[in-house]
Design a protein around this ligand. Structure first.
Ligand code: FES
Ligand SMILES: [Fe+2]
Length: 354
């Protein structure tokens, strides 16, 4: 892509060319975006266990990491510093990490503890025998980690908008978890999430609970926030006095953080979708549900999630097939309804100078 592939002016810009969705080389090229901040777990998932391997992050980027709850919760490499065995394969409550290959042990802070048959090794142990530590950030009860030091996301700005929900008090509800396989490039799943333009056409049930004319899209460095307004009489948030959206009937906040994380806040709680890239024409979607008030789960925009998900997957898989057409390459953006998709494509454009 040249600097100008996605024009900054949405009124003249054209969308990402179809090769980004169809070519394995482009798929590989974009994979470096996954080394930044990634959703790890919600604190309620750490209560039962002290050691939690982050399987979905390994599926996304190939980096095996483990979250350890001790005096200070840490994220460390899940790869033994001896000869590279993966350490913990399941969540557990052990007091040390022990490698199943030759027995090396590590303390819960990731530092080297013991290794048999190494008495004669010179200069051992050294710092390089400790498990590598990764950055870890807690935001509204959710842990995020990254493979390298990253600039902070605008956590405070987002907390000002969403902090009233007290998401740190939510409880993980396994019955809401899903793992979907979709025959489409991960970019298409994100593109589709970033606009409410398709709601009247693709989601008739959701369309009855959202006021399409009041739908708002806000872009910021590192993500997009979409705000769905409730139909009159439907369930909505109780916004506290002084809240930036005070006085509005809001049914849902849809937050996307670059590149693949979606946080859907409803009056009942939070649904997190993490998109896992698999190949240029396949991805997986992990759903995790965290409940604040289960009595509200059957009402409003947050009550038809499985139906909406299947409708989205159907349309995305059809678009993937469309992308293979020689007759199609690029389209245009709606300046009033596709600011989120444009923002995402601009971020890719800037990151890859493409
Ligand atoms: S690889 Fe872990 S002890 Fe050998
Ligand atoms: Fe949708």
């Amino acid at each position: 892509m040249s600097e100008e592939l996605i024009d900054a002016d949405i009124r003249v810009a054209r969308t990402l060319p179809s090769r980004f969705y169809t070519e394995p080389e482009q798929f590989k090229r974009l994979m470096s975006v996954f080394s930044g901040w990634q959703f790890a777990v919600h604190t309620s998932q750490l209560e039962a266990n002290t050691i939690q391997p982050l399987e979905h992050i390994e599926a996304i980027s190939g980096e095996s990491m483990v979250l350890i709850r001790s005096e200070q919760t840490k994220c460390v490499s899940n790869v033994c510093t001896h000869r590279g065995m993966r350490l913990e394969l399941e969540a557990c409550t052990k007091k040390t990490l022990q490698c199943r290959y030759h027995g090396r042990t590590f303390n819960l802070d990731g530092t080297f503890r013991h290794m048999p048959e190494f008495e004669q090794a010179i200069g051992f142990p050294s710092e390089s025998d400790d498990l590598k530590k990764f950055p870890l950030k807690q935001w509204m009860g959710m842990y995020f980690t990254a493979q390298e030091e990253m600039p902070d996301l605008p956590w405070a700005m987002l907390e000002q908008r969403l902090g009233f929900l007290k998401a740190e008090m939510f409880i993980h509800d396994e019955s809401r978890d899903r793992d979907h396989s979709v025959e489409a490039n991960w970019l298409l799943y994100v593109d589709n999430f970033l606009e409410g333009f398709h709601i009247p056409h693709v989601h008739p049930e959701l369309n009855q609970t959202l006021d399409y004319s009041g739908y708002i899209t806000e872009t910021f460095d590192g993500g997009v926030l979409q705000i769905g307004k409730a139909m009159e009489g439907d369930v909505k948030f109780n916004l506290p006095a002084g809240h930036p959206d005070e006085g509005q009937d809001i049914a849902a906040y849809y937050l996307w953080l670059f590149p693949n994380m979606m946080f859907n806040f409803y009056p009942w709680g939070l649904s997190v979708n993490v998109v896992i890239p698999v190949t240029h024409n396949q991805c997986r979607i992990l759903y995790r549900g965290y409940v604040g008030d289960s009595a509200l789960a059957s009402q409003g925009a947050g009550s038809v999630l499985d139906t909406v998900e299947h409708q989205d997957q159907w349309v995305i898989e059809e678009v993937q097939k469309g992308m293979a057409s020689k007759a199609y390459d690029r389209g245009r953006y709606s300046p009033t309804r596709e600011q989120g998709v444009h923002h995402f494509h601009r971020m890719l454009n800037e990151k890859f100078n493409c």
